[in-house]
Design a protein around this ligand. Structure first.
Ligand SMILES: C[S@@+](CC[C@H](N)C(=O)[O-])C[C@H]1O[C@@H](n2cnc3c(N)ncnc32)[C@H](O)[C@@H]1O
Length: 271
């Protein structure tokens, strides 16, 4: 909770720091949004996007608090190591990943504000115009990425989510943030819904069922642009890590020091 609050206040501080050093411009080609005085700001730090994210991170904290506490209590009671817990989670998913996520239909399981901010910055830095996301949930990570598309001058984010109720909530959240026009949230299993993503992909965020990281990557591999970025959030599955960490497969990859312990892997397509 403290970390979440710190991160949110950091976001607010950054937004206000930006207004201390304003850029006044009349260049209509520049994207981003302006405050009442016409100061150009990035879409993430202002207006509907900032308000939506503030509220959604609070909702996520409230919705997931009990689940996280139960998880921690189970781990402490069993004395299991992190590796053992992850091993059990992978085994449960292998048996029936749809059932695993049906049980979590009310949980956000969202990226942290720090990771979301990193997503926005990365999508800006690589000037992404086509982004694919495996695992939309309520759309928090989607908002960070779609805000970057807005500031890149436009593009398309194709997301996918198994749970119909989450799809509806994600679409409503994107609408509230003013980003629905940049997104195509597909209901169903990523292995089906991501077969056709309509073109070359600049950035892929993999944040769905842990056991599907490698199958989803292989599905999209032919569509990755040279130099494309692939982010694995909770990338614990050994087969996935072996694949992206072997340069012979056309990737360079390493753990990302954001939210350490959450299995964040940063990968670049080198072919
Ligand atoms: C960790 S959450 C995603 C969080 C989201 N990226 C965010 O930061 O707001 C993982 C989501 O992936 C969904 N999911 C799991 N397996 C899937 C599959 N095969 N196809 C589509 N969605 C899937 C789950 O229902 C769950 O909502």
């Amino acid at each position: 909770m403290t970390r979440l609050n710190n991160n949110l206040s950091q976001l607010r501080n950054d937004a206000s720091a930006c207004s201390l050093y304003p850029v006044r411009t009349d260049q209509s080609s520049l994207s981003g949004c302006r405050d009442r005085e016409g100061i150009l700001m990035n879409t993430l730090s202002t207006g509907r996007v900032a308000q939506s994210l503030d509220k959604l991170h609070q909702d996520a904290e409230a919705a997931d608090r009990d689940y996280r506490a139960e998880l921690m209590a189970t781990i402490e009671a069993s004395g299991a190591t992190l590796e053992q817990v992850i091993g059990e989670k992978l085994a449960e998913e292998r048996a029936d990943y749809r059932a695993t996520y049906r049980d979590r239909a009310d949980n956000f399981l969202a990226v942290s504000p720090a990771y979301g901010r990193f997503l926005y910055m990365l999508a800006r830095a690589c000037k992404a115009t086509r982004i694919v996301e495996f695992g939309t949930s309520m759309g928090i990570s989607t908002i960070y990425l779609a805000a970057a598309l807005r500031d890149n001058g436009g593009g398309r984010l194709i997301g996918t989510e198994l749970e119909p109720a989450k799809v509806a909530r994600a679409r409503a959240n994107l609408d509230a943030a003013g980003l629905a026009d940049l997104t195509d949230i597909r209901e169903g299993d990523a292995l089906e819904t991501l077969r056709d993503v309509g073109g070359e992909v600049d950035l892929l965020l993999i944040d769905g069922a842990f056991t599907l990281y490698l199958p989803v990557l292989k599905l999209l591999e032919p569509r990755l642009k040279p130099g494309a970025v692939v982010l694995g959030e909770n990338a614990f599955e050994p087969g996935y890590l072996d694949h992206v960490r072997n340069p012979a497969n056309g990737y360079l990859s390493q753990p990302l020091p954001v939210d350490e312990g959450r299995g964040n892997e940063f990968t670049v397509r080198t072919l």
